[in-house]
Every structure is written in structure tokens, then in C-alpha cells.
Design a protein. Sequence first.
Length: 318
Amino acid sequence: MFTRSDSRPITVVTGGAGFLGSHLTDRLLSEGHRVIGLDNLITGSVANIEHLAGNENYKFIRQDVSNYIFLPDDVDFVFHFASPASPIDYLEHPIPTLKVGALGTHNTLGLAKAKKATFLLASTSECYGDPLVHPQREDYWGNVNPIGPRGVYDEAKRFAEAMTMAYHRYHHVDTKIVRIFNTYGPRMRLKDGRVVPAFIGQALKGEPLTIFGDGSQTRSFCYVSDLIDGIFRLAMSDFHEPVNIGNPREMTIKQFAEQIQSITGTSSQIEYRPLPVDDPKVRQPDITRARTVLGWEPKVDFDTGIRQTIEYFRPRVG
């Protein structure tokens, strides 16, 4: 059991075996935290945390946080990152996605309240839906279809934000909300439905790069180490309103596909398919708040980050 026997913080990370949760865990451990990872492994993987085996400052518990959480340990921080986060995942697991956004957020906020811990919610740029304002600022309320297929994720996160602010205002819990924009890097799943691993996997296999729609829709890609740095800074701040963390460098999906073709040297051609329902046409964070409040902005340029990601995937492409 972790106890406050010394000055090292004790931190819970839900979704701790996921892409972002595992990178966050590494950062927290490097900052001197003792970390308790919770994950039901519905989309996470033990492979993401196997390098932590035997680390006396880390322990892993397999648990669905939509169920009651009992931890005898002292806790100083709770980072709630548990949720399916890619279209393939939340369309395959719509009810668990809604439950972890609602019940999971309630349970983890309750844990933070009981332990007098700081709480950070991993929210998403999907709160803005298919935005009518560009770039997206935190004071924009969004354009979301609550009954569309993507609504199970979008509305779960919007509810989670409302619950988090209610606990802050009513119970005076020290809460933070990060709205995460498209992030990429090592430990992404090759077939999770997101554009970065999809294009890289297709290029390395020599398969067509599949673009949904005409490729004119835009995304902004942030390397994972930059994102985690922003999240850590937010957790250590005294700011309670939502903060966008992402890279404002915007490109079309077609431009992204062409860059993957160029960097990998693949012979793969581009193949166009119908656009999914409610797919956002634009996505670009306004990071003025992150710059002002946290002194944060991304540092890893796209070429460097994407090359590192390609090298991670290269031996994993079957």
C-alpha cells in the first residue's frame, strides 16, 4: 500500500495501460510520483506498461472504473484517462464508452473527493463536434449530434466535463479539464481506426491509403511527448476551466497521406471512400489559453514525430 510516508506524490491513472495513460505514467514516475494504474484492458494493453514490471513505485490493478473503486492507498492526484477513444473502439463498445464517461467519471471524482486529491479529466476536442467556429477556442460550446453514432463518445465527454465542474463548484474538489486534440506517437494500436496508424500501417504494407471523403477535411497532429507535457503542467497549475492541448499546425487529410507516402517511400496509392456520419470537417486548437496559463506550446516538429512513430510501427506490421 502506498502511504504519505514521504514527500513523493501518490497518483492514480485510469486507462493506465492505454496509449496516453502509459506515456503519462512514465512522465509521472520520472517526476517522482508513485503511480497506481487502473485499466480493464478493453482497449489498453499490458504491453504498454510491461517495462514497468518490478518498479517499486508502480502498481497495476485490472479494474473497470465504471464499477466502485476501492483503494486503501493514500492518493494525491487522480488522472481519469479511461475510455475508448477511437471511432472503431467507441462504435464497437458504445455502452461501455457512455458508462465510463458517466459512471467512471462519477466514481473517480468520488475517489478524489474522499482522498482530498487533485482530479484531472482527459476530455477531448470531440466536445466541439463538427465545429462552426475555427480554430476552436475553449469558450465555444460545440456543434454535436447527440444521437449520431459518434454521440456515445462526444456526449460522454461533455457530460464528464459537466460532472467535473459540478464537483469543483459544489464539493470544492481541485479539478482540471484538458481537451485533447489529435495525438500520435509510439504505443498507438496499429488498427485502432485513427488516421495516423492507419496510413502508416497501410504504407508499410504497400496497401492503398484509404481516405474517407475527398481528403479536404483538416486535422492538427500533436506528438505524444508534447501533449503529456501540457497535461502535466495543467495538473500542477491552479486553473480549473478547460484547456485545449494540441498542435495548431493544421493540414488536410490528403496532405497528411501524401507526407506519409513521401517519408515511407511506399508505392501505395490513395483510395477514396465515403465519409462517415458526423465526421468533423475541420479540427484545429486555439492554444492561446495553454500558452498564457501554462507557458506551454508544442516543440516536436511533425517530420521528427512522424518518423519516430513510423519506426515504432515498422517491426510491428505483420
